[in-house]
Design a protein around this ligand. Structure first.
Ligand code: UDP
Ligand code: GLC
Ligand code: MN
Length: 339
C-alpha cells in the first residue's frame, strides 16, 4: 500500500550502513510497503546515493539531541542523545501508518502483517519488560502527536536520555491497557536475550522474524572475511549476537558493499570486509574435542583451562572469548540447538 511505510533513522555513515542492510533485508522478503530513511545532514554523499537506490524516500532531518548526559551515562551509552531525532518519524504525514525500525535490526521474513496493528504497538524491552523497546514500533504519523511528543520532552525529559524513555513516558499505559499492542518478541529479538535465557532461545529462536543488535557493539563494529565467512573483532559480543551476525555480514558484503564501491569510486572507504591472513589466526581444538578445529582471529590464545575452571570463569563473567568460548564455538553450540 502506498500510504504505508517502514521507516528507519541514520544520523551518520555507520548507522547508514545498518539502514542499507535493513532496507535490503525488507526488499529480499518482498515487502509491499514503502521504505523511508530519515537521515542526518552528516551522512556522506556516497552513502546518501546508496540509500536513495534502496529506499523510496530519503529525508534529511534536523538532528535532535537530548543532551541528557546524566541519564545516558546510566546506560553507558553517551551516544544515544541523538535518538531523539527518531521522533521526526511522526511528521511523515503522507503515510497513514508506519513501522519504525532501528538501523541495527535485520528482517528475517516478511513482516507486513505488522500493519494490522495500531499505534503504539511494540515488543517488550528485554531489560524491563513493562517498558516497550523502541527499536521496532507501529505508529501513525500526525503533526499533533509530534507536537505533543516534543512538549512531553520539554516538560519531562527522558528517563533514559534517549527516545525509548520519552516514548514509554508518553505512551505510558502500554504495559497494561491493550494486549494487542504487545508485539510478540520474535518481531524484536534482542540479541542479549539469547544468553539471558538460552533454553527459550533454543525453543523459539527459529521463529524469529526480526533480530535487533541492541547494545554498544554493532554488526559494523566487526570485520569480516567474505571468503571464509569469518568474523573478527570483540569476540565477546560476537558470541551473544549468534549466527544472526553472520547473516548481517553476508547480506552486507554481497548486496551493499558493491553499491558502496560503485559510489565511492576512487575515494578510499572502509567496508569492513578484509581477507584475514593465516598468520593472524590461531588454531585450537573445540571445547569437547568434537568437530574440526576452528580458526579464530585472535591476538592471543589463552591457555586452555580445565572445563571446571572454565565454567567458573564464565560464571564470573570472564569467558575465554578468544579461545574455547569463542564466537565460532558458541555459534556451533547454538546451531545444534536450532537444528
Ligand atoms: N541512531 C543514529 N545515530 C546514532 C545513534 C543512533 O542514527 O548515533 C539511530 C539508529 O537508527 C539506531 C537507533 O537510533 O538504530 C537507536 O540507537 P541504537 O540502535 O544504537 O540503540 P540500542 O538499540 O543499542 O539501544
Ligand atoms: C533502547 C532502544 C533504542 C533506543 C535507546 C534509547 O535500548 O533499543 O531503540 O534508541 O534505548 O532510548
Ligand atoms: Mn537498536
Amino acid at each position: 500500500m502506498a500510504d504505508q511505510a517502514f521507516v528507519t533513522l541514520a544520523t551518520n555513515d555507520n548507522y547508514a550502513r545498518g539502514a542499507m542492510v535493513w532496507g535490503k533485508s525488507l526488499r529480499n522478503h518482498n515487502t509491499s510497503k514503502k521504505l523511508v530513511a530519515l537521515i542526518g545532514p552528516q551522512v556522506s554523499e556516497p552513502c546518501q546515493s546508496v540509500l536513495k537506490r534502496i529506499f523510496d524516500e530519503v529525508r534529511v532531518v534536523d538532528v535532535l539531541d537530548s543532551g541528557d548526559t546524566a541519564h545516558l551515562a546510566m546506560m553507558k551509552r553517551p551516544d544515544l542523545g541523538v535518538t531523539f531525532t527518531k521522533l521526526h518519524c511522526w511528521t511523515l504525514t503522507q503515510y497513514s501508518k508506519c513501522v519504525f525500525m532501528d538501523a541495527d535490526t535485520l528482517v528475517l521474513s516478511n513482516i507486513d502483517e505488522l500493519f494490522d496493528r495500531e499505534e503504539l504497538s511494540a515488543a517488550p524491552d528485554p531489560g524491563w519488560p513493562d517498558c516497550f523497546n523502541s527499536g521496532v514500533f507501529v505508529f501513525c504519523p500526525s503533526m499533533e502527536t509530534y507536537g505533543k511528543l516534543l512538549q512531553y520532552c520539554t516538560e519531562h525529559g527522558s528517563f533514559d536520555g534517549g527516545d525509548q524513555g520519552v516514548l514509554n513516558g508518553f505512551f505510558n499505559n502500554w504495559a497494561t491497557a491493550d494486549i494487542s499492542k504487545h508485539l510478540p518478541f520474535i518481531y524484536n529479538l534482542s540479541s542479549i536475550a539469547i544468553y539471558t535465557y538460552l533454553p527459550a532461545f533454543k525453543q523459539y529462536g527459529g521463529n524469529a522474524k526480526v533480530v535487533h543488535f541492541l547494545g554498544k557493539t554493532k554488526p559494523w563494529s566487526y570485520a569480516f572475511d567474505p571468503k571464509t565467512k569469518q568474523i573478527a573483532g570483540s569476540v565477546q559480543e560476537a558470541a551473544t549476537h549468534s549466527t544472526f551476525l553472520l547473516d548481517w555480514w553476508t547480506l552486507y558484503s554481497s548486496a551493499v558493499v558493491p553499491m558502496l564501491q560503485e559510489q565511492y569510486g576512487d575515494q578510499p572507504f572502509h567496508s569492513g570486509c578484509v581477507e584475514f591472513q593465516y598468520s593472524d589466526m590461531v588454531t585450537f581444538q573445540s571445547a569437547q574435542g568434537e568437530g574440526p578445529s576452528a580458526l579464530v582471529h585472535a591476538q592471543a590464545l589463552e591457555s586452555q583451562l580445565s572445563s571446571e575452571e572454565r565454567k567458573q570463569k564464565w560464571e564470573q563473567g570472564q569467558a575465554d572469548y578468544m579461545g574455547m568460548d569463542s564466537f565460532d564455538n558458541i555459534k556451533k553450540k547454538l546451531d545444534t540447538f536450532l537444528k
